[in-house]
Write a protein that binds this ligand. Structure first.
Ligand SMILES: Cc1cc2nc3c(=O)[nH]c(=O)nc-3n(C[C@H](O)[C@H](O)[C@H](O)COP(=O)(O)O)c2cc1C
Length: 204
């Protein structure tokens, strides 16, 4: 079974993101197609990016980076729960993403967003980031409105229709996350033909 990290992308005191991420996790946990874990970026105490070497080189020097890298490396796919701040995602989430590189590569992702326009613009900008990180982001997304899915913009009360939308998104993430496992394990993919060639050569 693949492992899917639900990344809680806001760190603001009083954040709405926590209730949204818990809702995602509670629904995801009722499924039997993947192992779902809630990951709160706040727990990793990441400062603003302080690694001297670009993350794509994989030479991490700080303990906080190594801990974050180990957590992200343990997943096959992700669900990003993102707020919309000034038509983008949160600086905290972008910073946490920027800290790493290979740990994101060749994995799948889906989005749950919230804001006055459902967080749509935050997700559009995140999709550009995903391209650079070689993350396959699925089409279906869950867009939660601050006007209709939150009471007084702060108490999360999602409309019933979002649950089905979330399941559809998770179906897509599980499919792509499972398919991409093969891309991440090229040595296993080529093992069979190589063995076949060796067998043919030794018997010739
Ligand atoms: C700095 C900041 C900028 C914001 N900009 C937008 C925005 O551009 N579009 C939008 O729909 N909501 C915007 N909002 C409203 C947030 O989407 C809303 O407060 C949401 O609950 C923030 O997520 P959080 O509570 O998890 O931090 C902004 C909020 C903050 C704090």
């Amino acid at each position: 079974m693949i492992r899917i990290g639900i990344i809680l992308g806001s760190t603001r005191p009083g954040r709405n993101g926590e209730a949204v991420a818990r809702w995602v996790h509670d629904i995801a946990r009722t499924r039997s197609d993947a192992d779902y874990e809630l990951v709160d970026i706040q727990d990793f105490h990441l400062p603003l990016l302080d690694e001297p070497v670009p993350p794509s080189r994989g030479q991490y020097s700080h303990e906080h980076t190594k801990r974050w890298a180990a957590k992200i490396a343990s997943f096959d796919a992700f669900v990003f729960v993102t707020p919309e701040y000034n038509h983008g995602t949160s600086a905290a989430l972008k910073n946490a993403i920027d800290f790493l590189y290979a740990e994101w590569n060749n994995k799948a992702a889906g989005f749950v967003s919230y804001g006055s326009a459902g967080g749509a613009r935050a997700v559009e900008s995140l999709r550009l980031v995903m391209g650079e990180l070689m993350v396959a982001d699925v089409r279906q997304q869950v867009l939660l409105s601050l006007f209709t899915d939150f009471e007084n913009f702060s108490k999360f009360k999602p409309a019933a229709m979002h649950e089905q939308s979330l399941h559809t998104m998770l179906d897509q993430v599980v499919k792509w996350g499972t398919a991409l496992r093969e891309v991440r394990q090229p040595q296993q993919r080529t093992a069979a033909p190589q063995n076949a060639r060796q067998t043919a050569a030794s018997s010739a």
